[in-house]
Design a protein around this ligand. Sequence first.
Ligand code: ADP
Length: 397
Amino acid sequence: MTETSGGTHLPGSFRIKHLANQLFGWSPNQPSAAQPPDIPHQRVVHLAVLDTFAVPILLLNAQRVVVEANLAAHELFGARLVNHDLAHSLRHPAALDAASAAIAEGRQSTTPITLLTPVTSYYELHALPVPPDRDAKVRAALILQDVTAAHHVEQMRADFVANVSHELRSPLAALTGFIETLKGPAKDDVAARARFLDIMEVEAHRMGRLIDDLLSLSRVEAKEHLRPKKPVDIAGLLARSRDVLGPRAAERGIPIELDCPPVLPQVAGDADQLYEVFHNLLDNALKYGPSGQPVTIRAQMVERIPEIGGQGLRVCVHNSGDPIAPEHLPRLTERFYRVDKARSRDIGGTGLGLAIVKHIVNRHRGRLSIESSAENGTSFCIYLAEFPKESAPVTQL
Ligand code: ADP
């Protein structure tokens, strides 16, 4: 990150340093003893200045009583903050110790703290000593930097790594076990060897699929901020998905019915990624729908895309069979979330198909809706914006 000076719209930690610098002449690289002694306290207590900062700021006197607090601090701790000991509003031992140390010992510090009310939030508390001055009572300033979003991202990253390791470990353990058996007890057992090799092949394919899906997810995420804009013929993609998955559908005795009007407007998108969406949805309908019952793909124009607006297309992939219970619906697009883990694994699922679908739809600024009931079966519908009529398709030479 490049550090620039001036303005209050500064990113994360630099904003805190900048603020501290402006108010107190404090620098994180400067030992406390080397701080300039004559800082005008009028600047420090100037509420108009403090209120312009979105981070909660509290100024404390020698007894740790809050003498000033900005608007953001009042929003966080309530109105009865000023003229009370800090412990009155911030009951956090580490935060109180940091404040006391700044006042009594002139020690500057940064302490991670968690506040449980009104909702669990994570902060970095910067405690800055303010050198004594003849006519001012401020001895320390506390600045609370909200790091909740970064904390959640870190948590998601850690969960993701744990999930990937877990998903890879089980097929790997099966492969290792069978290799040992084939080298040892089953060395000369021809029938067992054939059976074990079949299982090993299934497990190796499962690892391959998982790696393919992980790569696909990371490619989609990397491009999510770039909205694709090429004209895409959806009818062609739907026909291709049906043809590619036709043999698998035939194995399960499932007819695929494609219901698509003869003329369908193009959408603005990325053809390869949209193909992946329809392939994943159709693959799921074939995996989770009952054998012998048809799966339907229906495409139609819509005047207005719900919640987004504008003309577009709706493509729904429908299967009958057991409905998905309502409590699962909002979580289906989370990575590795499955309604029935064992069933998904048995039929070759990785738990990433719908996460990939969601990211691709987000990249297209589209919408995914899922409906499931005992009467109507399960439908996954994608809404995509029409390719703008005024922009002629680009011909690349
Ligand atoms: P998986 O590889 O397990 O199929 P997905 O991300 O594609 O992973 O789907 C997540 C879960 O959503 C599945 O494990 C399954 O429980 C449920 N699901 C997805 N599609 C359907 C469907 N068409 N009918 C019923 N359940 C479905």
